[in-house]
Design a protein around this ligand. Structure first.
Ligand SMILES: NC(=O)c1ccc[n+]([C@@H]2O[C@H](COP(=O)([O-])OP(=O)(O)OC[C@H]3O[C@@H](n4cnc5c(N)ncnc54)[C@H](OP(=O)(O)O)[C@@H]3O)[C@@H](O)[C@H]2O)c1
Length: 317
């Protein structure tokens, strides 16, 4: 591991969340001195709290992960607050990083910023070629404005901000609350609960035909670490695995791995979200040597095992 992080003061906003926990551990293992906090200690939607955070922590490096996130349902229920909170947090956290002389700023974007019908595989150059899928557009666009901010600050102030676009993440530590969970934990939960209750069916949102790509949380954290160390350019960079899977195949796999043997019923009255997702991941490889390493089945198995332990449902398969 490189010595780049040794002794550096690093603030990871959202550092106690799903991705943040893995990232913070990795940076600490590399010798970084990391500060994390909850939103009740510093509410980053409040300008005064952002100022207090910079005053107290005096970071040299900031990795801005804090965000209000969720699956399709949470995005549909909260388009206004998802837009406002993600935009205002990012704008203030980056602006005050510039004012306080932060030497490297890493902004985490999202695959939800891509146009609904971007060409497959999504290349970073396609980002502005259309409007995002409607259910996640307010979230995706709020975060996309932070790419504009990063590029404008580099141009005007020479501020070293980079912008990464992770695809859908999965792994141990994800939210298991059905109100705001993403597709993989939601499906694991449904299959395990149905199996435990002896239920004959599991209901799944949408037609099953949409496709998604997933990146294991520890791989995403490693990609962020590598980018922070090695990448200093304005162009956004995808972080993904470039492996596309339909929701139908995903549910079948999760049913197999959890041991659910009943019927899977697709509810086509519910939205599919974006029709297809698959990233071009060449830029991350070329610019900072990142590739995904965790095979999907292994990552899923780890996630199911973690989930089973956490919910005290007996592990299987
Ligand atoms: N998960 C994915 O599939 C995925 C995919 C692509 C990109 N991303 C991006 O990756 C980042 C991390 O996502 P995640 O899945 O790890 O989310 P998460 O587990 O929900 O963590 C979000 C973190 O943000 C903090 N936060 C939210 N509002 C805040 C506020 N007002 N002030 C201070 N902190 C606040 C939360 O702190 P509290 O809990 O204390 O409120 C929490 O630690 C986000 O930027 C997200 O957009 C995630």
């Amino acid at each position: 591991m490189s010595t780049w992080w040794s002794g550096k003061r690093v603030t990871v906003t959202g550092g106690r969340g799903f991705l943040g926990s893995s990232l913070v551990q990795m940076i600490e293992e590399a010798g970084g001195r990391v500060a994390t906090f909850s939103s009740s200690e510093y509410n980053l939607t409040q300008q005064a709290d952002v100022a207090r955070m910079y005053h107290d922590q005096r970071p040299e490096i900031v990795i801005h992960l804090a965000a209000r996130v969720g699956g399709i349902g949470a995005n549909q229920d909260n388009p206004g607050s998802f837009f406002y909170e993600n935009a205002i947090m990012g704008i203030e956290v980056m602006e005050q990083a510039r004012q306080t002389g932060v030497s490297k700023f890493v902004q985490i974007g999202t695959v939800c910023a891509y146009p609904k019908f971007a060409r497959i595989p999504f290349s970073e150059d396609e980002l502005w070629n259309g409007y995002p899928e409607e259910t996640n557009a307010p979230y995706g666009l709020a975060k996309k404005m932070l790419l504009v901010q990063a590029q404008a600050y580099r141009q005007q102030y020479g501020f070293n901000a980079i912008y990464l676009l992770p695809v859908n993440l999965y792994g141990p530590g994800d939210s298991i609350d059905l109100r705001n969970s993403h597709v993989i934990p939601a499906l694991i939960r449904k299959c395990l609960e149905a199996k435990r209750a002896g239920a004959p069916t599991v209901d799944v949102w949408g037609t099953g035909s949409a496709t998604r790509e997933f990146l294991y949380v520890d791989d995403a954290a490693r990609g962020i670490v590598l980018a922070a160390e090695r990448y200093d350019k304005p162009d956004p960079v995808n972080l993904g695995s470039s492996e596309e899977i339909s929701i139908r195949d995903l549910v079948t796999l999760i049913a197999q791995l959890t041991g659910f043997k009943g019927e899977i019923v697709f509810d086509a009255t519910k939205p599919d979200g974006q029709p297809r997702r698959k990233l071009n991941v060449e830029r991350a490889m070329r610019e900072f040597g990142f590739t995904s390493e965790t095979p999907f089945q292994i990552g899923l198995k780890n996630t199911i095992d973690w989930f089973s332990r956490k919910t005290a449902v007996p592990s299987v398969a």
